[in-house]
Design a protein around this ligand. Structure first.
Ligand code: GLY
Length: 366
């Protein structure tokens, strides 16, 4: 078992990573359940994992009440938040209880936000079942829902008490979702770890083909990186945690343009966004062109979009920049961008002029 500590003082917690952990989750959940039933929030597609978790808990004498929500980004909504909080209140969830989020990023974000506001905050356990959630969204305490004006515009920081990661659950993940989650793995190499990017070039294809060793190694490496970044900047105030947004400003604009209808998954948008961030950095004379070519070549090799054309985005620069203006990181009409001086040399630039971004996007092939 790999155990990674997210060091946040009295809110520190462990991320446990082990093959088969879902079947043994009761060992770790029993102390948090305190002899009461556990509320598990999940979605329709996670039912087989819910059955595994429930069986293990039942064997340990812990009853489960499952709240099964619809699958997909549209579930991160006011309507589903209301439905979920009403259901948790009806179950009698108390402040000292722990809501268990069993699912991908949508379930983790929504259940986490519900836990953050329920009775002004109750406990939370994350059991992520997608690669994206395992390497990113389940760790670090970001929770929330989408608003009509944009993605993740309503939310709270609410750290879990425990994160349980069982890489075995990836075996049943649709290949497209596995690949989309892999974009968030590559991101850690691009941010500040060129050796890990080289590891991705060597092992990424095997990981996506189902190699369990490569998957477990990538998850452990990514979670360790995320734990280090979150410990250094829990509330994204000193520029460290913002590095995790590499590819996200461009990516969120692409996602918004696609309409969150499943035609462009979040990880796919992040991949295209990383490619655009590197190309933009080259255009600004910041990044050696071969580094951007290497990034895009790897994305193409694993079947991820390497720019606007591959993301099938037809919108012009003005329209994409308009989406960016709704980004929650915008401040005083400016938007911080993650740019790169090379692979593993990402930095936060607060001086980028949106007119320059718009002109750059207009020059991209469609
Ligand atoms: N997913 C980015 C963050 O947790 O800060």
């Amino acid at each position: 078992m790999t155990s990674i500590n997210v060091a946040l003082g009295d809110r520190s917690y462990a991320v446990l990573i082990e093959s088969g952990l879902l079947t043994r989750a009761a060992d770790h959940l029993a102390p948090l359940a305190r002899g009461r039933q556990l509320a598990v929030v999940t979605d329709e597609h996670v039912r087989p994992h819910l059955a595994t978790l429930t069986a293990g808990l039942a064997a340990a004498g812990i009853a489960v009440s499952a709240i099964v929500l619809p699958r997909g980004e549209a579930t991160k909504s006011w309507a589903q938040l209301e439905r979920l909080t009403d259901a948790l209140l009806a179950l009698g969830v108390e402040r000292g209880d722990h809501v268990v989020a069993l699912g991908g990023g949508v379930i983790g974000d929504l259940a986490g936000f519900a836990a953050a506001i329920l009775k002004r905050g109750c406990g939370l356990v994350q059991i992520p079942t997608t690669l994206l959630a395992q390497v990113d969204s389940s760790v670090g305490g970001k929770t929330g829902i989408n608003a009509a004006a944009g993605k993740n515009l309503l939310g709270a920081f609410h750290q879990p008490a425990l994160v349980l990661i069982d890489p075995d659950v990836l075996a049943t993940l649709p290949p497209r979702e596995l690949r989309a989650g892999y974009a968030e793995v590559v991101k850690y190499g691009l941010i500040d770890d060129p050796a890990f990017f080289a590891w991705c070039e060597a092992h990424g294809a095997a990981l996506l083909a189902g190699d369990a060793r490569a998957q477990a190694d990538a998850i452990a490496h990514a979670v360790a990186a995320k734990a280090r970044i979150v410990a250094a900047d829990e509330f994204e105030t000193n520029g460290t945690r913002a590095l995790l947004n590499l590819g996200h400003t461009f990516g969120h604009a692409l996602e918004a343009e696609a309409g969150f209808d499943g035609s462009l998954l979040h990880g796919e948008a992040v991949a295209a966004g990383c490619a655009l961030a590197y190309d933009f950095s080259v255009a600004q004379g910041l990044c050696p062109p071969p580094d951007a070519e290497r990034v895009k070549a790897h994305l193409r090799r694993v079947g991820l979009p390497d720019g606007l054309a591959a993301a099938r985005t037809r919108a012009d620069g003005a329209r994409l920049v308009e989406h960016m203006r709704h980004d929650k990181k915008a401040s005083g009409g400016r938007l911080p961008f993650l740019l790169a001086r090379g692979i593993g040399r990402t930095y936060l630039d607060r001086t980028v002029d949106l007119a320059t971004v718009e002109a750059f996007l207009d020059r991209q092939p469609r």
